[in-house]
Ligand binder design. Structure first.
Ligand code: CTP
Length: 451
């Protein structure tokens, strides 16, 4: 009796899937089909599947070709399954050629020709519509997004904008983007949505312009430097029927979302304190954006991350005050925002000239949650109790630089009329902008008036 096994996501089941299952079944006496979980697909870099695991299993079952269906949920499972089920032949499509040769120590490995001109990706594209994204600004953040966008289906980088055409062209060339523009109008013409990664003080104008042109906007943090401006942008987006989202990538990462759930569900009791730090040493340079006299400094640069867990866990009903120390051009090289809530306290530390441990610590009446540095690239966190034997560790996928979750959410919010952004909402963005505004007023109020 020859036992065959094959694996796949089998999203939006199509003829290519049926064909490989049929051929695999014909190569032996029984066929086991492994269907991937969503979490494992995210880990593999496949985001935005349409069908649930149950539906994908059901579709495989309906073919009548699988003698057994199993769930694939982790790396290394194929080798385990082959041994566990005493498999004779492992079969997979030719798009994977060479990648599973290592399994030949357990059984025979065969790559079967893929069915031409059909894939789940293409069907998703057709169903959901395809978002053509423009990238405004061509610095570090823009480069990261251009690299990560390739892992999300349903969206493609189509144009790059920089007031310097040469910079736009270099960037577009580097990431294989079709158009490079130095004219914002012409750039918007080529896109459905834009990612704004220009200097902080320019976000408002670029975002406003794009929204008025009917483009969806994913705006780098801080969205603007005032609560009023951020509120206005959201109102405008609402009036124009477009999506507006602030690009705080941690807010969309699975392990961070899990951390919020653990903090809120009472596992560590009542939360009394959230302490959060993000420091990144940036050499003093009078021409650097980070040391620009009005809008530079550690707080505008880094606070968006540190404010996220505070706002998400303790809410928006706080009083906030600041301590800070100045460096070049009067910019804060280190700042601390202290939050007073009725029944809790919180602090957000930021530094570009002072280094500290970049951790997130949430203290409650039964225990605490610790996300170690760099907590904002959340992969794991610990939940600790009085008795260390009870301690737990949680983890979640954070492939690449983690941006793909944010891009996937942005795309989903555009293509799915029922989607709602609760992960970093309009109210969260307005609150974060308001805190940064209050900080800048306090810091610049005295300094910029001095002779
Ligand atoms: N497959 C195939 N012919 C196709 C599409 C898929 O033979 N046209 C095979 C794959 O090679 C794999 C199995 O079907 O062995 C399950 O593939 P899966 O990744 O679920 O399907 P795709 O359509 O390739 O999905 P996606 O576009 O999301 O990568």
């Amino acid at each position: 009796m020859k036992k065959v096994i094959t694996y796949g996501s089998f999203d939006l089941f199509h003829e290519g899937h049926r064909s490989i299952l049929r051929r695999a079944r014909e190569m032996g006496d029984s066929l086991i089909v492994g269907v991937t979980t969503e979490q494992y697909d995210v880990y593999r870099g496949k985001i935005n599947l349409v069908d649930s695991l149950m539906r994908r299993i059901d579709n495989v079952r309906k073919t009548g070709l699988a003698d057994e269906i199993i769930v694939e949920d982790h790396e290394g499972q194929k080798a385990e399954d082959i041994q566990k089920y005493a498999i004779d032949l492992f079969v997979i499509g030719s798009d994977w050629r060479g990648q599973f040769d290592y399994l030949d120590q357990y059984c025979e490995v065969k790559y079967l020709d893929r069915t031409q001109n059909i894939s789940s990706t293409d069907i998703r594209r057709g169903r959901q519509g395809f978002v053509l994204l423009g990238i405004a600004g061509t610095g570090r953040a823009a480069g990261r997004l251009a690299r990560e966008i390739r892992f999300v289906s349903g969206v493609e980088a189509r144009a790059a904008y920089n007031p310097s055409l040469e910079s736009a062209r270099t960037f577009a060339g580097l990431y294989g983007i079709e158009s490079a523009c130095d004219n914002y109008e012409a750039f918007l013409e080529k896109t459905d949505a834009v990612y704004i990664a220009t200097p902080h003080a320019t976000h408002y104008d670029y975002a406003r312009h794009a929204i008025l042109a009917g483009r969806h906007v994913l705006c780098e943090k801080p969205m603007t430097l005032s609560a009023q401006e951020t509120r206005e942008l959201f109102e405008l987006a609402n009036d124009c029927g477009v999506v507006l989202m602030e690009a705080v990538k941690t807010a969309y990462a699975p392990a961070f979302l899990n951390l919020l759930a653990v903090a809120r569900c009472g596992r560590i009791g009542t939360v009394y304190d959230v302490e959060c730090a993000f420091t990144k040493l940036i050499p003093e340079d009078k021409n650097a954006r980070e040391y620009e006299p009005k809008t530079g400094g550690s707080f505008t640069e880094l606070a968006s991350y540190s404010l996220l867990p505070i706002i998400k866990i303790l809410g928006r009903d706080y009083r906030v005050e600041f301590r800070y120390f100045r460096g070049l051009n009067g910019c804060d090289i280190y700042a601390k925002a202290l939050f007073a809530y009725d029944n809790a306290t919180a602090s957000a530390k930021t530094g570009i000239g002072v280094k500290s441990e970049g951790q997130l610590l949430i203290s409650g009446t039964r225990g605490y949650i610790l996300a170690r540095s760099p907590w904002w690239l959340t992969k794991t966190f610990e939940v600790c109790y009085e008795n260390p034997e009870d301690n737990e560790t949680f983890s979640g996928p954070f492939p690449g630089c983690g941006l793909r979750f944010e891009i996937a959410d942005f795309t989903r919010n555009i293509t799915d009329p029922n989607a709602r952004n609760y992960k970093f909402s309009r109210e969260d963005s307005v609150a974060a902008s308001g805190i940064i505004e209050q900080f800048l007023r306090e810091r610049n109020g005295l300094w910029l008036k001095e002779p």
